[in-house]
Design a binder for this molecule. Structure first.
Ligand code: SF4
Ligand code: SF4
Length: 405
């Protein structure tokens, strides 16, 4: 099936065709916009997470996968633009269609203007992620290029949000990451894969670690990486080496604006602007995904929780170990979920490169839920939202069930 996917070109459309954009997220909306800029109307978005008809999106209907059954494969072009992690390509849902495309070149060459969807600073990242996902389909199998890697530089945060999805509210004695260990782990990981599209530097609050600049310099120094993004809560204005490390053309600082809690927000924005650092600031929307506790689910529900989770391929490097998602990383780091050797790769061990590559590939392409999923409320479009950044004075109580990391 994957061999039949092609990179879309306008000449692929014939008169009378129905164009379906598979997906309804940022990449799908950009794809629809790019097509319509060329005068190619989109019949509908197909959102694989929908079970019934929904509203319109940018003036175009959004329909569930069942709508595909009504279409004639001979007169249908499906452009797979679902930027939903590893499930971006859906063999079962799209197997009927021989005219199946991805939109890599289309998105790459479109000059998006003011009216285009997605924040301008976000568009290149979205497109780069999608391109990285599609690359193995277009160039053949065998490449292992990671979409992103979360590099945790500290467990400490200047805030303690009760619903922090990275579980900082459970750390009673947070530590900064050991940078020697971190660099060794990075070296081993990068020697085993074919590159990382984007590094995400985070904590806790990464600027709380005064040595975080060393990590930033290491990451921006990697020629094969499109972007390094630092996530901050707007409470600290970096100075000196840390600030200088951010001055790089591939750097983006993402500020979460928590209003009055982001006490240095405006000062931070001004400082970054003065130093020519690219930044964006956004108000947060949170899901109820920040508590550790066993959730009763059937095996099918558990599978679905993992499958639909929006961070189920957000590889996370924490204290020398590689995990598949930030919740799993921090829950295991805290000892709050049972040991699960298949869910983690210890990069403090000097694996033979081939074996390490095989382990990373197995983790990254995994289709079974993690042990941590049974203790996680999930992160998908059905997860209820909660008020962001409600502060608690003390760490939340934690039941430790596994040994030291
Ligand atoms: S969500 Fe809150 S506690 Fe968690 S890292 Fe961000 S600011 Fe810190
Ligand atoms: S533990 Fe499972 S459900 Fe929770 S964030 Fe990670 S992958 Fe998603």
């Amino acid at each position: 099936m994957t061999a039949r996917i092609k990179d879309f070109e306008p000449r692929d459309v014939r008169p009378g065709d129905t164009i379906v954009v598979f997906g309804a997220g940022d990449v799908a909306q950009l794809t629809q916009h790019a097509l319509e800029m060329m005068g190619i109307p989109v019949g509908f978005f197909c959102d694989p997470l929908l079970t019934e008809d929904s509203a319109t999106l940018r003036g175009t209907p959004v329909l569930p996968p069942a709508a595909l059954d009504r279409l004639d494969p001979g007169t249908t072009c499906v452009i797979d633009a679902w930027d939903h992690t590893r499930y971006a390509r859906q063999p079962a849902l799209l197997a009927r269609f021989s005219r199946l495309f991805v939109a890599v070149s289309l998105l790459g060459r479109t000059a998006f203007g003011e009216a285009a969807p997605v924040l301008p600073a976000e568009r290149p990242r979205r497109i780069a992620h999608y391109t990285a996902q599609c690359e193995p389909l277009l160039t053949g199998a065998g490449r292992l290029r990671l979409r992103s890697l979360d590099v945790v530089v500290t467990e400490a945060c200047t805030m303690r949000c009760v619903d922090c999805s990275n579980l900082m509210q459970y750390y009673a004695h947070p530590r900064h990451s050991d940078l020697d260990e971190l660099h060794t782990a990075l070296d081993r990981l990068l020697a085993a894969v074919d590159g990382v599209e984007e590094f995400r530097v985070l904590g806790g609050e990464p600027f709380a670690n005064p040595r975080a600049g060393q990590v930033v310099r290491t990451l921006t120094g990697m020629a094969d990486t499109a972007r390094v993004v630092v996530y901050t809560n707007g409470t600290i204005v970096p100075r000196g080496d840390l600030l200088e490390s951010l001055v790089h053309p591939r750097m983006l600082v993402k500020i979460t604006d928590y209003g009055e809690l982001s006490k240095r927000h405006d000062d931070l924005c001004d400082t970054l602007t003065d130093h020519g650092v690219t930044w964006v600031s956004q108000k947060p929307v949170w899901t109820d995904s920040g508590r550790i506790g066993r959730v009763d689910r059937t095996p099918e529900e558990l599978d679905r929780t993992f499958r639909d989770c929006c961070v189920n391929d957000l590889l996370t490097l924490l204290n020398g170990r590689l995990y598949l998602c930030p919740f799993s990383a921090n829950a295991m780091n805290l000892g709050a979920v049972p040991d699960a050797p298949d869910d983690v790769i210890d990069l403090r061990t000097d694996w033979p490169a081939d074996e390490l590559r095989a382990r990373i590939e197995a983790l990254y392409h995994r289709h079974r839920p993690l042990t941590a999923c049974s203790f996680c409320r999930g992160r998908d479009q059905t997860t209820p939202t909660v008020e962001p950044a409600i502060q608690v004075r003390r760490p939340l109580p934690l039941t430790v069930v596994s040994g030291p990391r």
